[in-house]
Ligand binder design. Structure first.
Ligand code: ADP
Ligand code: MG
Length: 240
């Protein structure tokens, strides 16, 4: 009998540091050595005041940037040794991004917006439209596929952006202040959608500076001045 070791965490951050050169020979130290793990299926909120390094950390977790030192392992792969193409490949296979400003193409209808990542994955047009339509139905916009983004409400536009993030079947959704442009009622709808996607098995990391948003997560990691101030389990989600 062979004993199976537990699966590697989806995310393993080891002593992540990041500095930005300031131009005057000085450097701004933004991340001061962050270490944590996130398992597949978790829903984590990264919380902290403006300027605490949340977006810098998200860029590293999303393979959009690399740490200055330390190691970031995504799905068992250490990103430290990877070049830009390999990082892009890892990103395209594993991660969907959602941003505060939706980042939709205004001249394209929402079907084309959602299908766009599939163009880069080499999926044929007819297949792209089938997949995009199915995902738009999943986020409640199956009737609006011909609409332009400007014809939709902010909450609907964010649903389109979430559909686009899902189209390559990622393991992980990274959402940076996804409700920052939405009123509180619409924010709750979008957060309920994230909770539903998490129940379906997707790992979600959500950055916010608002406690009302973070309370939807299962764990809340607080960052202050580029350091982890604490990681707490959100008892609201404990069952039994
Ligand atoms: N590309 C960059 N070059 C220089 N400084 C940066 C850059 N990106 C972020 N910073 C600085 O790093 C700090 C943390 O920024 P950020 O990660 O965006 O924080 P948050 O998302 O928590 O508001 C801020 O002081 C910000 O000005
Ligand atoms: Mg930010």
């Amino acid at each position: 009998m062979t004993s199976l070791s537990p699966p590697a965490p989806l995310i393993k951050a080891m002593d992540l540091r990041k500095d930005y050169p300031m131009g005057d020979g000085e450097t701004l130290e933004v991340l001061h050595g962050l270490s944590f793990t996130i398992d597949a299926g978790d829903f984590v909120a990264i919380m902290g005041p403006s300027g605490s390094g949340k977006s810098t950390l998200m860029n590293i977790l999303g393979c959009l940037d690399v740490p200055g030192s330390g190691h970031y392992l995504l799905n068992g792969t250490d990103t430290a040794g990877l070049g830009p193409d390999e990082l892009a490949d890892l990103r395209n296979r594993l991660i969907g991004f959602v941003f505060q400003g939706f980042n939709l193409l205004p001249r394209k209808n929402i079907l084309d917006n959602v299908a766009l990542p599939l163009v880069y994955s080499g999926v044929k047009r007819s297949q792209r439209e089938t997949v995009a339509k199915k995902i738009l139905e999943r986020v409640g916009l199956g009737e609006r596929i011909q609409s332009r983004p400007s014809q939709l409400s902010g909450g609907q536009q964010q649903r389109v952006a979430i559909a686009r993030a899902l189209v390559n079947s990622p393991k992980l959704i990274l959402a940076d202040e996804p409700t920052g442009n939405l009123d509180s009622h619409t924010s709750e709808d979008i957060l309920a959608l994230f909770e539903e996607l998490n129940r379906q098995g997707l790992t979600i990391i959500l950055v916010t500076h608002e406690a009302d948003v973070a309370r939807h997560a299962h764990r809340i990691m607080s960052i202050i001045d580029g350091r982890i101030a604490g990681i707490i389990r959100n008892t609201r989600h404990d069952t039994g």
